[in-house]
Design a protein around this ligand. Structure first.
Ligand code: DAT
Ligand code: MG
Length: 152
């Protein structure tokens, strides 16, 4: 089963968009497997964004994600990674389509509200930065059969 790391970034928490963002992911039928609010320290921030180490915006990115609390989550479901990426919208909110989280509520690439793993490999690397294995809860829901004809 596919798992993905989602983070409501500091701007999302400060702007009171945590509930609205979770609502959108829940309504798609994905299953929430872990959730915590935390202040990201510099080590965690650097580790999350290590793939961007050589980019000119790396330091800005690290200070942004550690500037104020975030809500980190693990979501699970069939094709959870692609589904969450499309619900998030394009990296730059100015280019994100209407109906997406970034397209509806974002303005600027430096304040794009949400992080979502971009591949199973990224999810496998990113989830342990935020969660111990025993913090990820596996359970079934009575309505799963009405979201998907296959196992969720
Ligand atoms: P995404 O968050 O859509 O997966 P990414 O992994 O390419 O995008 O980049 C990580 C974050 O870095 C992104 O959310 C915002 C920032 N970023 C990406 N490209 C940027 C750019 N050209 N200028 C400034 N910030 C950028
Ligand atoms: Mg990314």
């Amino acid at each position: 089963m596919e798992q993905t790391l989602v983070i409501v970034k500091p701007d999302g928490v400060q702007r009171g968009l945590v509930g609205a963002i979770i609502f959108r992911l829940e309504r798609r039928g994905l299953r929430l497997s872990a959730l915590k609010l935390l202040q990201v320290d510099e080590m965690r921030a650097r580790s999350l964004y290590e793939v961007h180490l050589d980019k000119r915006f790396y330091n800005t990115l690290v200070s942004y994600i550690s500037s104020s609390p975030v809500v980190a989550m693990v979501w699970q479901g069939l094709r959870a990674i692609d589904i969450i990426r499309s619900t998030m919208g394009a990296t730059d909110p100015a280019e994100a389509g209407p109906g997406t989280i970034r397209g509806d509520w974002g303005l600027n690439i430096g304040r794009n509200l949400i992080h979502g793993s971009d591949s199973p490999e990224s999810a496998g690397r990113e989830i342990p930065i935020f969660f111990e294995a025993d913090e990820i809860v596996h359970y079934s829901r009575a309505l799963d059969q009405w979201y998907s004809e296959n196992e969720l």
